[in-house]
Design a protein around this ligand. Sequence first.
Ligand code: NDP
Length: 482
Amino acid sequence: MEESLNLKNFVNGNFVATEKQLENVEPAQGRILSYIPRSGVEEVDAAVVAAKNAFASWSQTTLDARAELLDAVADEIESHTEEFALLESRDTGKPLSLARDVDIPRAISNFRFFAGAVRHASLDANPMADAINYTQRTPLGVVALITPWNLPLYLLSWKTAPALAMGNTIVAKPSELTPHTATRLAEVFSKVGLPDGVFNLVHGLGAEVGDALVKHPDVSAVSFTGGTSTGKLVAANAAPAFKKLSLELGGKNPTVVFADCDFEKAVAGTLRAAFTNQGEICLCGSRILVEESIFDAFTDALVERTSKMVVGDPLNEETQCGALISAAHRDKVERYIALGQEEGGMIRCGGTRPVIEGDCAQGFFVAPTIISGLAPTCRTASEEIFGPVVTIHPFKDEPEALALANAGRYGLAASVWTQDLKRGHTFAQSLRTGMVWVNTWLKRDLRVPFGGMKDSGVGREGGRYSLDFFSESRNICIELGD
Ligand code: NDP
């Protein structure tokens, strides 16, 4: 990593530096890891021009040619899995083992999946008595992809693969906190022979690069994943030009545990949903609702398991909980822990900064924290914390569980734990969330719709939903005569 300390933008097939730079800090060590371009309107313009110029020929390539390139990208990342995993872990603070087992393999799958998806996609034909209608999908043009810091390559590949597959050209802006794997991805595109200008990468701040991209008149669509308040700004900025918009936003997801659950499995699943990636996944279950009759036993078991989690150096293979993304985010998470106590909550475990020795002594760590005794409507239990802090609440019966689960502004995901299959179905169907897992969490099939309701977003990604988003579906009606 040392020789790539100064990262660059990738525009029209070239790596380009900027005069102004930003520091990129390694969260586990609290030290500067690299410098990245602090781009502005000028760099965004250059990238959009490159993407616009490349669109004419890229949009005319065959689906097979595009699919072959996506497969080549997947192969190239796969052959450097360990390098990508290390970059991701050092940039985000997440355990190296998690990056190696989940983030990078899923990014590889995203490229392979969308290569297959376009190869096998079929389109509608609607015959009439005297005419035939058929659907055509055409690419949109230049699309802006704006991604957050928690799953950097995973989410960037989730947008990049379908956008390219459908024949669009791209200007991507990753979070300035996690620039490394996006830069490495640009190198991969260059190596596999993606034509110049088809994929462009502009580093910098959201308020500068992101804002300029969303407002750029030659950007036809914006696919954004990030916080709800930023999503509102993006929506407002995209609206005057009627840009196509996909917004994948925040969540405060309920984990609902019924007394008839498989107890051990539910404890393990709830733990995983709460603290994977330090709780910094939009799908994490941070509001745990447990049926009254097992509440004490379940809470005790969860607290016991949580207290044993290994927190520390992400590069240590035993580590289960790494560092939070930044000092500012660590401070925000700690403010919520303090708020939880002010609101009458009891810290059942965690609540403090663990003492880590050695290289990670200055890292941004917070021990996994469980808070009980809070009203389910209080701020701690209803605002997105996006860290290793969960609240746990009892419920009396199914109607109360449903009311609590559906309360609040978010509607991204939920998990439900019960051995009664009928209840699993009916409860899942009554939840107002875009995704529900029953007796599991984060099991992903790339064909299924992914996205939120209410303040968790607009639009769906995944499988044909992504192909639909990154294209215009058009109807062509041919008169057949008598
Ligand atoms: P932010 O909303 O702060 O940032 C997301 C991206 O938007 C970043 O690249 C950011 O740049 C950029 N951005 C910031 N301001 C603007 C602007 N005015 N115009 C355009 N782009 C802008 O989110 P975080 O990075 O903090 O990510 C955490 C959030 O993402 C959480 O709320 C989480 O729930 C959500 N999320 C949702 C997912 C989903 O699928 N629903 C998945 C993963 C995360 P910069 O970083 O430079 O400010």
